[in-house]
Ligand binder design. Structure first.
Ligand SMILES: [Fe+2]
Length: 299
């Protein structure tokens, strides 16, 4: 049953607000939203009032993932199936700019919020660095990939309680590690959530999609110019067919910036298991090092 309809917002707790604001505006080309009483700020990409909420703190990790449901009834159905949920106070709902929300932890302890009724705010002033636009709106802000302490239990929760649908899985060896990631959709976007084994931070990366391939290349150039550490070069995934690259946020976790993601139609979708992360590319920057330095560091 389709319950969650999109990835609404991500909240991060970050140790350097200055670094994050410069990164968000100058590399990601997001639009500044507003300053918060905490000293933090919000970021925008479309008519949603705040797609990112950046707050000060030592975590340098995701502090809340906000999933939107269609209406009050959908929220109440989910609330009824999560006995430990806490209802957002009027002040908390006002801060999130939503009609109503509930809070709980997913089975791996990731702070999760489910809400309905974002107070739409019109298109933000466009960031002049962006040539096209972010692909967001009803498809949500992009996707988020999280590490789970107990992937099986966590996946079951998202599927059975929140209504996420499996898109596909990737299982392979990558740089000496076993990769086992499951991808889930809640609307046409190939995945709004992916879940793997947790290694350190709760979030592995979030993804922003743009409407032109040039905007991916321009973001890659900006990352190089601003010394944003590249994590994976330009490449293409076999499952969502996203043309993208990965780099590190000022908090150490990664972002993916891409174009051309596949759209899922549940009427004829067949799940698959892929044996590689990428069709081509997505190499770590070590591939540019002299051959001697690369020994044993390539797949
Ligand atoms: Fe991704």
């Amino acid at each position: 049953m389709n319950k969650v309809v999109q990835l609404g917002y991500l909240a991060f707790e970050v140790s350097s607000l200055d670094a994050w604001r410069a990164f968000a505006e100058n590399t990601l080309a997001l639009s500044f939203g507003e300053l918060l009483p905490s000293g933090g700020f919000t970021l925008r990409m479309d008519a949603h009032p705040q797609r990112f909420i950046v707050e000060p703190g030592p975590l340098d990790d995701v502090s809340a993932i906000g999933w939107q449901v269609a209406d009050r009834d959908a929220l109440e159905r989910i609330a009824a199936s999560i006995p430990e949920h806490v209802r957002g106070t009027p002040a908390e709902c006002a801060a999130r700019k939503v009609q109503a929300l509930i809070k709980f932890q997913d089975p791996s302890g990731t702070a999760t919020e489910v809400f309905w009724g974002p107070v739409l705010a019109g298109e933000p002033a466009p960031n002049p660095l962006l040539r096209s636009r972010f692909v967001a709106g009803d498809l949500g802000l992009g996707h988020v990939v999280i590490g789970a302490d107990d992937p099986a239990r966590t996946i079951a929760f998202y599927r059975e309680v929140l209504g996420f649908r499996l898109s596909d899985e990737i299982r392979c060896r990558y740089f000496g590690h076993d990769v086992d990631i499951a991808f889930f959709h809640v609307n046409g976007r190939h995945h709004s959530l992916a879940i793997g084994q947790r290694h350190g931070k709760r979030i592995h990366h979030f993804m922003l999609e743009v409407a032109s391939i040039d905007d991916v290349g321009l973001c890659f150039d900006r990352a190089l110019r601003h010394n944003v550490p590249i994590a994976q070069t330009l490449g293409k995934h076999p499952n969502d067919r996203m043309f993208s690259f990965y780099a590190h946020t000022p908090s150490g976790f990664q972002f993916e910036f891409g174009h051309g993601g596949r759209v899922v139609d549940d009427a004829d979708w067949q799940t698959t298991t892929y044996d590689r992360i990428s069709i081509w590319g997505h190499h770590p920057p070590i591939v540019f090092a002299p051959r001697e330095a690369r020994q044993g560091k390539q797949p």
